[in-house]
Design a protein around this ligand. Structure first.
Ligand SMILES: N[C@@H](CCC(=O)N[C@@H](CS)C(=O)NCC(=O)O)C(=O)O
Length: 221
């Protein structure tokens, strides 16, 4: 594609936050060369990676000639600003706040509880065994998704997607949580609105192409 910025995406096959950026790139028709950071091997804590992402989180998006961009939510909004079509946020302020609010319920209040660094701390310092950590994950996934379900099921702005009939940042963030739960073979019951929206996302190419098991480095299933 001519005129497209040259992006590198520091990524790992199964990470929820990387999934978000992959979906946004797909929706926008943008490409990025992926650089594999193996979380299972601890590559995110390497000196070289910490120089571009001091918290050791995946992903990082690097555009040639610019400083690295971290935090998937900031990257989604950046991509939306440099490439506004199709929009990832509604046009009206109330709609934008709703979409950002639903997204933050997942990315700010749910996902951070279950990241590998939390697992490492709880299982090495916090006295958790694997079963206790799995119960912890289930608890936080359930807390987050039950609250999102309550909003989606009750608010009139919900459509085929979380907000109306086009995918927004809220859908990207919702699908990113479900994608990682699928990897860990976990589910949350009694979320019919989320299940319906995820079925719509699954049928959308931009989401389907971002499936963790379709990424470089993923195990064969
Ligand atoms: N808030 C960050 C989260 C980044 C993050 O924690 N990513 C996870 C994978 S989904 C990670 O790299 N974890 C490494 C670790 O916890 O050590 C974002 O949205 O980009």
């Amino acid at each position: 594609m001519t005129g497209q910025p040259k992006f590198e995406l520091f990524a790992f096959w199964r990470t929820s936050a990387t999934y978000r950026v992959r979906v946004a790139l797909n929706l926008k028709g943008l490409q990025a060369d992926e650089r594999f950071i193996n979380i299972d091997a601890g590559d995110q804590r390497s000196e070289a990676y910490l120089k571009i992402n001091p918290l050791g989180g995946i992903p990082t998006l690097v555009e040639a000639g610019h400083p690295p961009l971290t935090q998937s939510s900031a990257i989604l909004e950046f991509l939306d600003e440099i490439h506004p079509s199709p929009p990832l946020l509604p046009a009206d302020p109330h709609g934008r706040a709703r979409v950002r609010g639903i997204a933050a319920m997942l990315t700010a209040d749910t996902h951070p509880m279950v990241t590998p660094r939390i697992r490492k701390y709880l299982t090495t310092t916090g006295g958790f065994n694997d079963a206790a950590f799995r119960a912890w994950q289930q608890h936080w996934f359930t807390t987050g998704l039950a609250a999102v379900e309550q909003r989606l099921a009750s608010e009139p702005a919900t459509g085929k997607f979380c907000h109306g009939d086009q995918p927004t940042i809220a859908d990207i963030c919702l699908a990113s949580i479900i994608a990682v739960m699928r990897v860990f073979k976990m589910s949350v019951p009694d979320t019919p609105t989320i299940d319906r929206i995820i079925a719509t996302c699954d049928a959308h190419d931009a989401f389907a192409k971002a499936d963790p098991y379709k990424q470089a480095g993923a195990p064969k299933v």
